[in-house]
Design a protein around this ligand. Sequence first.
Ligand code: FAD
Length: 289
Amino acid sequence: MKLSELFSLTRPTLSFEVFPPKAQDLFDSVSSAVSEIADLNPDYMSVTYGAGGGTSDFTVKIAEDIEKNHGVTALAHLTCVSSSKERVDSQIAQLKNAGIENILALRGDIPKGMENGDFGAFKYASELICEIKKQGNFCVGGACYPEGHTECKSLDEDISNIAKKVEAGCDYLTTQMFFDNDILYSYIDKLRKKGIFVPVVAGIMPITNAKQIMRACELSGTALPKRFIKIAERFGDKPQAMAQAGIAYATEQIIDLYANGIKNVHVYSMNKPFVARKIQENLSEIIND
Ligand code: FAD
């Protein structure tokens, strides 16, 4: 199923993300996590590309497994930074052959030291979106940043660049993680005022490792509310307590999003079936409403 069809339904959706293994010998453990998450029958599952240390070659394989062996819609990520046109076209062809209809088109982070260099055949995600649309009948998503992308001087300028992504054919947007829903509501208002009306999927990160996430937030400029910092300070050194608190925080965020008319929520479940399961259990009546 194309995600654009899913997002046109009136009911809320809940989806989960996995990342591919770093090496072949880790494939089975990732595969079993994927299988456990797929058994929850989410609306779709996304598979990252080259992020989190995962090897990009496994993205297609895992996405295909999700669709064919688990009957769950798969969304394959694809990045273009440092890639030739041949490499990108070959990935698109592999996705097409595997029967994958949904691609999240990303530029990817520029490798350190290459900031001013030539970083591939496609400079921005919008160029990749055009290429994917040329190559097949895919539903293509793009990334967006409620607090602005780190490389951009202002949120306004970043939103103008999001408009270019949508002009290029981007069917919907998925947000970077955020921990304060008011930031998302204000961002969506700004998108709509700029004439961007594609569906926006809220990306929610349940925190299980406080130190790791605080560092990632520092790098990406993601604001951490005081309430969240207090939880991380109090439980950060106790992994099980932190996971419980992180899942509760994410659950509350999601309930507030659904209550405020955000229909589509994507959980960065990071190959952790217990996180996906707990969140789904916590929302069981809410998502069936
Ligand atoms: P772009 O849309 O190309 O934007 C990059 C920067 O260029 C922004 O500052 C933007 O404002 C600016 N810009 C865009 N177009 C123009 C233009 N025409 N003129 C001037 N400036 C412009 N990374 C991975 O490696 N693998 C993944 O699987 C992955 N999945 C992700 C999923 C989501 C939902 C999100 C939010 C991010 C993901 N990332 C992933 C990280 C992403 O690759 C980085 O954030 C990257 O730095 C930017 O990618 P982009 O697609 O948003 O780039």
